[in-house]
Design a protein around this ligand. Structure first.
Ligand SMILES: Cc1cc2nc3c(=O)[nH]c(=O)nc-3n(C[C@H](O)[C@H](O)[C@H](O)COP(=O)(O)O)c2cc1C
Length: 333
């Protein structure tokens, strides 16, 4: 059965979502994920205060492209009025939906009353969500965690209250705020939310899915409507097509060859330069190389070159050399 968000977004059966990730899920990265079968994507989180003050960095994150649809713009903030205004600004960028971040655990977000800190004040979270829902004609979704800490895992109540005021889907990262990224994600509460007879919006599970096997097992065990994947896609956008292939055929797709790794890395690089300009594109691409070539033995020399060269043809030459040099290597990620 097809998973739908609102009336217009049809995600097909058991969609795979790219998690919003600051400094990662920008248009160049989203391009390679889209090429590899992801069903829905989000922007990096965008500060509501940044948006209403027209900060260049926040504005730039509103850039979305037709081929990316369906795509959500994710916003965060601590002030309800600012979130309302930011929603109006984000709506003008014409995404398919607006997503609210109630999950970010990092200090300068959560300790300033935004992100996961709203999990400590559900009334305010509900009021903020209500303001966002009323400020846009687009569907509004939420991404959050199980609760603030081990003693306040309130996602069951949160899900009901947010659904009641009109959110159209909920993505749940199976950790608390105080866990940050430590320990392992616990999806049992996500299942409880999904199985709540009162809940009728799609529930997406998030946290620690990093293989076809895990996606298949957790789909069965936790009965979620779809899976959101973050870290495992960094440098490995093939994870989407591999999981989708398994669900469609019951068979495993071979992992990418070195040539494919190089090709996708080059595409990512081209898109980075197109969107960020040459200088920033080259600089920011450096954080991705090690991920694209994880598992290749004796790779250090090449990585050092990739992160120090600052001319496009020189970098492409090293990438070609990698394709040639390691053509026969099979990596097991
Ligand atoms: C580098 C990085 C940046 C992130 N930025 C965001 C963000 O902007 N918004 C958000 O809701 N979550 C953010 N997250 C959390 C992820 O969306 C996701 O919930 C988390 O990584 C768990 O999923 P995973 O185990 O599949 O990575 C970020 C995570 C990482 C690793």
């Amino acid at each position: 059965m097809s998973v739908k968000i609102g009336n217009n977004i049809d995600l097909g059966a058991f969609p795979l979502l790219l998690a919003p990730m600051e400094d990662v899920s920008d248009p160049p990265f989203r391009y390679v994920c889209k090429q590899n079968g992801v069903d829905m994507m989000y922007t990096e989180f965008i500060s509501s205060e940044g948006l209403i003050r027209h900060a260049a960095k926040s504005k730039q994150k509103l850039d979305i492209f037709e081929y990316e649809r369906p795509i959500g713009i994710q916003i965060f903030g601590s002030d309800i009025k600012s979130m309302e205004e930011a929603t109006e600004i984000a709506t003008l960028a014409k995404p398919d939906l607006i997503d609210i971040n109630y999950g970010c655990p990092v200090k300068n977000v959560a300790c300033r009353g935004a992100g996961a800190s709203l999990l400590q004040d559900i009334d305010k979270m509900v009021a903020m969500t209500n303001a966002v829902v009323n400020a846009t004609h687009l569907p509004v979704t939420v991404k959050t965690r199980l609760g603030w800490d081990d003693h306040t895992k309130n996602i069951y109540e949160v899900a009901e209250r947010l659904q009641d005021i009109g959110i159209q889907a909920l993505s749940i990262h199976g950790r608390t705020r105080s866990q940050m990224y430590k320990g392992s994600a616990d999806w049992s509460l996500i299942k409880k939310v999904k199985k709540n007879p009162r809940i009728h919006i799609p529930i997406f599970g998030n946290g620690d899915v990093d293989s076809v096997e895990k996606a298949a097992a957790w789909r069965l065990e936790y009965e979620v409507d779809g899976i959101m994947i973050g870290r495992a896609s960094i440098g490995y956008p093939w994870i989407f097509r591999e999981i989708k292939h398994f669900f469609e055929t019951g068979t495993y797709l071979d992992g990418p060859t070195i040539k494919e790794r190089v090709d996708v890395c080059k595409t990512h690089f081209v898109k980075s330069i197109e969107w960020k300009g040459e200088k920033t594109g080259i600089f920011e691409m450096r954080r991705h190389y090690a991920n694209y070539f994880k598992g290749i033995p004796n790779f250090k020399e090449y990585r050092m070159k990739l992160v120090s060269l600052d001319k496009v043809p020189d970098i492409n030459e090293v990438l070609d050399e990698i394709a040639f040099q390691f053509a026969d290597v099979t990596t097991d990620v």
